[in-house]
Design a protein around this ligand. Sequence first.
Ligand code: TYD
Ligand code: MG
Length: 489
Amino acid sequence: MNEERTIQTTVGKKRQPRQRFVHVCAACGHTSARWMGRCPACEEWDTMVEEAVPSARPNGSGRGYGTDGAGGRPEPLAEVSTSAAPRLVSGWSEFDRVLGGGIVGGSLVLVAGEPGMGKSTLMLMVAERLQAGQVLYVAGEESPRQIKMRADRLGISARDIHVFAETDVARIADAVTATEPRLVIIDSIQTVHSSDVPAGPGSVIQIRSCAVALQRLAKQMEVPVLLVGHVTKEGVIAGPKVLEHTVDAVVQFEGDRHHSFRVLRAVKNRFGSTNEIGVFEMSGVGLREVENPSARFLACRRAEVSGSVVISAVEGTRPVLIEMQALVSDRAYGTPQRTATGFAMRRLQMLIAVLARRANVRLADHDVFVNAVAGARVDEPAADAGVLLALASAARDRPVAADTVVIGEVGLAGELRPVHRMEQRIAEAARLGFRRVVIPSENQEGDDQNKSVQSIGLQEDSPGCGSGIEVIGVADVAELLGTCLADRQ
Ligand code: TYD
Ligand code: MG
């Protein structure tokens, strides 16, 4: 043994010509041959760490990164079979839809989220619901006992779920090969390591090599692998971000710690559309699907209070109605405060400037707070008009009619710009019993909305909505304020 080692070190250069070192950015995963104080990709300071590049693949067959281990020779694209990708369906439409209709066989899916969001709960519940046969739950964070306790709390029998308290990727691969499960869950990727990689668990290079090994395993065994990955509010601790290129799909599980809503959001999907969302609610007995998110987001709404406006945000393919609230108060001290929860700060600042210049509503001496209620998050420009109106309503202390939904993007000239999927947004408003939608006039003219709108409003299952919905087109912010904040009887 000793001799062999000596030989290896003395002639090491010849025997292992591929041993290299790279500098990896711990924040974004960018690699560079030389060290740099500032990562050129994400521009973070002091994040580059030196790591050794493994000379062989983690579990031994000598392939480099980037190969998926499908093996064999090149084959004509026309002859590649596409039928071998059956999907595992959980029956939870909120979950399946986000993944494009279920989990594709042989795919590697990253489920990313902040600690405590409910990722492990989601995984356990999905495993139970799949009824696919055996599921291998690799537990690197919790003991099998803790997982059993959670299963008991969730009231699931977990008969087909096998827990494996292991963190070595080679042994995980052996277990998968030996037991041939229908689904593998790794909770979490940060705890998995490969003994072939000279770096600590949780380091960028470990995470990436393990993900590559698991990707290969998934393809070879045609078993889908769900990777749980932690992210922090500030961004990333060596993890999910660097995996995005390796995995087939990335879904984010997000929500506000103080609210029970959880949103599952596809941010990358090789097998389906991105930007699809599923809405869940965390209860005492696990997660529940929320099939009618608009109704939930609008619950507890106080009618006719100034600063409250309902907007429509399209999430994936679905419009969701969300109440936006604004509060304007005299500046407490120093620089006026601007606080936005669930809405982009830059957008808020832009809207405040537009209000001042184009509608003469000046907030320079006021503290301004904007909040998307119930922990919702809105990043669609279509919310602009509603937020702007909420600000003006708060500033003038004049409420907007509670039965009104406001949709539209606001331009710097104060114009209301058209948004996509208008017909669906209006239909959702009608379905929930709203009686008026205020939209950019260009949207109205664009595709002769008025006619279709009237019929949409007449859906039979619309609670309290028997007479259609009034669609009002406005051209700019002045007209918007005139229409919605005018004195009403
Ligand atoms: P968990 O799945 O452990 O989160 P993660 O894996 O993302 O870290 O769930 C964490 C939280 O969810 C925890 O604070 C308790 C709460 N929870 C419920 O409210 N109801 C439940 O039925 C379960 C299992 C958890
Ligand atoms: Mg967990």
